[in-house]
Design a binder for this molecule. Structure first.
Ligand code: UGA
Ligand code: MN
Length: 483
């Protein structure tokens, strides 16, 4: 009974140890010796129990530890100036177990912690990103997470798109990608993830390192201590994609669409060279889930009839420009043909173009590449298989334009002049000095976009309806685009 009481009540036991010490000093009887013995036993038990608990916790923590012991060793060397040991501070921190858990778990499951980080500080990158590939992964997840919100706002502002039959056709302001705010946890998680990618970008721009290196350094830094990263939306991107009816159309749009899905804060303007929209295209765009507007802009009859080269995609792109003048106020516009190939990092770079940005395009004719020529850090002409008297002999995939700058040139548009579309459009942006052109893709030393072409396929033959009645082929047949 007494013993039990002592084990439970530490306060009373400590008073009994005092009395036992004074008792033994005065050399008095067995009672105080017994008390001393019990107290020592009790303290030993508590000590052993505590040690055991910490050993168990430490073992558990190490089993979840994302870094190898050697990395921890290196880490300690690096942070030798810091007063406390990494392991000790990590072990003693009540948050340590939580963080060890989160850093190894899937991004998608860290919602709660990451959301907290976003609303206060982004306190630990390990919570948000598990690896140095985190930036790409998180942008991807971020994009996916924000889509539903953005798509719905885009649908409500549909202009003649017809992709959401029930929505209004008013010309209300555009789906403003930058102003989509949601208080859902998912969106806030997204922000935290984007912020770290942004931080890597900022670091990469302020120094001359690549973004991947910067991200790696950031990740390493975050293993040392939490860093504050302010979260905000990056400038919006408006991607104008001309398209036209052909057997390959849905395949091209699907491929491009899923590329764009990796890019946050983007509105995809899909503009078809046709008199009316095609529900199959709308269906494809809906399924991809990138915020979009689907519009039509037919090529004028006189160009359709010609036996010579046609100005392909020009009325589509001019329709896109018109849309932007009505609805967009900031950000950057890019003409992305539906058949080309794009590395998503070019999108992150083009967001910050101040007037016009240019970069190389791979696989253009037998020259292999079309690119600005940079000499002594300055734009000094263009390399292209065909110059043709052009001031700007560049490919459609090789430049982007700031929206504010575009709006300062109200007459800028693309001419219906085959071969001179890019040149004509860029000329219409005058005045534009060469040193006002931002040189992207590592100052034009890298290729991030390719002018690719899909082999043309003959239209599918008609389905034998009698033979295949009541089969799945009846459904599939309706999904094919025939000219
Ligand atoms: C090249 C350039 O990259 C285009 O930007 C330019 O418009 C074209 O040449 C030209 O000068 O005619 P290229 O690959 O040869 O492009 O052309 P396509 O890919 O066939 O067409 C460019 C874009 O216009 C595509 O997005 C395509 O879907 C669209 N297009 C094409 C139409 O909207 N209508 C058409 O009749 C043909
Ligand atoms: Mn093409």
């Amino acid at each position: 009974m007494k013993g039990g009481g002592a084990y439970i009540n530490i306060g009373s036991s400590s008073s009994s140890i005092n009395s036992s010490v004074s008792g033994s000093g005065s050399g008095s009887g067995n009672g105080s010796k017994m008390t001393l013995g019990k107290s020592v036993k009790m303290y030993l038990t508590i000590f052993i129990a505590t040690t055991c608990i910490y050993m168990v916790l430490y073992q558990y923590h190490m089993s979840r530890e994302p870094f190898s012991p050697s990395e921890i060793g290196k880490h300690q060397e690096k942070s030798s100036s810091s007063s406390s040991s990494y392991i000790a501070s990590y072990l003693w921190s009540p948050m340590s177990l939580l963080m060890a858990n989160n850093s190894t778990s899937n991004n998608a499951t860290t919602t709660t912690t990451a959301a907290t980080a976003a609303t206060t500080t982004v306190s630990n990158v390990a919570e948000v990103q598990g690896s140095s590939f985190g930036s790409i992964q998180s942008v991807s997840l971020a994009a996916a997470a924000t889509r539903p919100t953005q798509t719905s706002s885009s649908a409500s502002a549909s202009v003649g798109g017809g992709h959401k039959p029930a929505t209004s056709t008013s010309t209300t302001p555009p789906p403003p990608p930058a102003t989509v705010t949601s208080t859902t946890t998912t969106t806030r998680t997204t922000r935290a993830k984007k912020a770290t990618a942004n931080a890597a970008k900022a670091l990469a721009t302020s120094t001359s390192m690549s973004q991947a290196q910067a991200q790696y350094q950031l990740d390493a830094a975050h293993k040392t201590r939490p860093t504050f990263v302010a979260a905000s939306e990056p400038p919006p991107l408006y991607i104008i994609t001309p398209t036209y009816r052909r057997p390959e159309q849905l395949a091209e749009l699907t491929r491009l669409g899923y590329t764009l899905k990796h890019v946050a804060n983007l509105l995809w303007l899909v503009i078809e060279d046709a008199n009316k929209t095609n529900p199959l295209v709308a269906h494809t765009l809906d399924r991809i889930g990138v915020p979009y507007e689907y519009m039509v802009a037919p090529m004028p009859e006189k160009y359709k009839q010609t036996k010579k080269a046609k100005p392909r995609g020009v009325s589509n792109r001019n329709r896109g420009l018109e849309y932007l003048r009505q609805h967009a106020t900031e950000g950057v516009l890019y003409f992305a043909d539906d058949d080309n190939t794009y590395d998503i990092s070019i999108f992150e770079q083009m967001r910050y173009i101040s007037k016009v940005g240019m970069w190389p395009v791979g696989l253009v004719t037998k020259t292999g590449v079309s690119s600005p020529i940079i000499r002594n850090g300055k734009l000094d002409g263009y390399y292209d298989g065909w110059i043709g008297g052009r001031k700007y002999p560049v490919d459609m995939a090789g430049f982007a334009v700031n929206i504010k700058f575009l709006r300062q040139r109200p007459h800028a548009q693309m001419p219906f002049k085959p071969g001179y579309e890019e040149d004509g459009f860029l000329r219409s942006l005058a005045p534009l000095a060469n040193d006002e052109i931002d040189l992207l893709a590592d100052e034009c030393r890298d290729i991030l976009t390719w002018h690719t072409q899909t082999k043309k396929n003959p239209p599918a033959q008609a389905l034998n309806k009698t033979r295949y009645s009541n089969t799945n082929l009846e459904h599939i047949d309706k999904l094919l685009v025939r000219p």
